[in-house]
Design a binder for this molecule. Structure first.
Ligand SMILES: N[C@H](CCC[C@H](N)C(=O)O)C(=O)O
Length: 275
């Protein structure tokens, strides 16, 4: 099965993007995991699959698979690459693209400067929607780690689950140790993406993310959205925030209700064939 793909990234969060509209694609967790390997395979954080829509009001179905082969509900950096991909591969001729994902509907808007704005939909804060085990909704939840440390964390879904921890500095945040521990924490029954948030001021933030099913990535779009939502409901941010991740900066806009908008760059690295 020779399969054409495109290698892309959003702020260093990198993807294997596959056209499943004009190609017949057979995926398995094992095949995805092998392709994701940065030594024995192609190497990527996520695989993005473009499919025909299942609903008449959508242009495409957008499917996302983590490097460990797990299929997930959303990927923000990937959504920007998705928009660029479908236009560059003549699957659509538009600058506003409507997609369906397992985590909800997204609108992708290609800007004149080449950046892409994604309407990421509404954040979900009810514990059962995240999912997160808690008796009731709260701005911050006490969470005990294996060594007995008590953390105050925010829990937000952008279609996919996020745990956000405020830290004094992302440079000294315990991403390598606390990230994998919280990813598998029992109170997140579908595992979780773990964000370490530094509040610089009311319009600037810094973030590192240990991603579910991948590990630390250079950027996480849904993680950036979740971090700004968590900060906004706790009174730390205004409605427009520039958030710096290791791979670069995103603009997140959220007035405290309604949909979250994320704007950032896209890069195509190379075209390839596998199989
Ligand atoms: N690891 C995430 C999916 C990719 C999210 C990230 N790459 C983004 O840009 O939003 C999860 O398991 O929910």
């Amino acid at each position: 099965m020779r399969l054409k793909f495109t290698k892309m990234h959003g702020l260093g969060n990198d993807f294997m993007v596959i056209d499943g509209v004009t190609q017949s694609v057979e995926l398995s967790p094992e095949r995805i995991e092998r392709w994701a390997d940065r030594h024995f395979g192609i190497g990527f954080d996520q695989l993005l699959l473009v499919e025909p829509p299942t609903r008449p009001d959508r242009d495409f179905r957008y499917r996302i698979f983590n490097a460990d082969g797990s299929e997930v509900e959303n990927c923000g950096n990937g959504a920007r690459c998705f928009a660029r991909f479908v236009v560059d591969h003549n699957l659509i001729h538009a600058d506003r693209i409507c997609v369906e994902t397992a985590g909800g509907d997204l609108e992708l808007i290609i800007q004149d400067d080449g950046q892409v704005t994604v309407d990421m939909g509404r954040p979900r804060l009810a514990p059962e929607k995240i999912p997160f085990l808690a008796d009731e909704r709260a701005l911050l939840y006490p969470l005990t780690t294996e060594d007995g440390t008590q953390l105050d964390v925010a829990a937000v879904s952008m279609g996919n689950p996020h745990c956000v921890i405020r830290v004094d500095s992302v440079d000294t945040a315990p991403v390598e140790t606390l990230g994998p521990e919280l990813e598998e924490h029992e109170r997140f029954p579908q595992r979780v993406n773990v964000g370490f948030l530094e509040v610089v001021d009311r319009t600037h933030a810094r973030l590192r993310v240990f991603e579910r099913g991948v590990g630390e990535t250079l950027a996480c779009g849904t993680g950036a959205c979740a971090a700004i939502v968590a900060g906004h409901i706790n009174g730390w941010f205004d409605d427009r925030v520039h958030i710096a991740l290791r791979g670069g900066t995103l603009l997140i806009e959220w007035p405290g209700e309604g949909n979250v908008l994320m704007t950032g760059p896209v890069e195509t690295v190379f075209e390839g064939v596998v199989g």
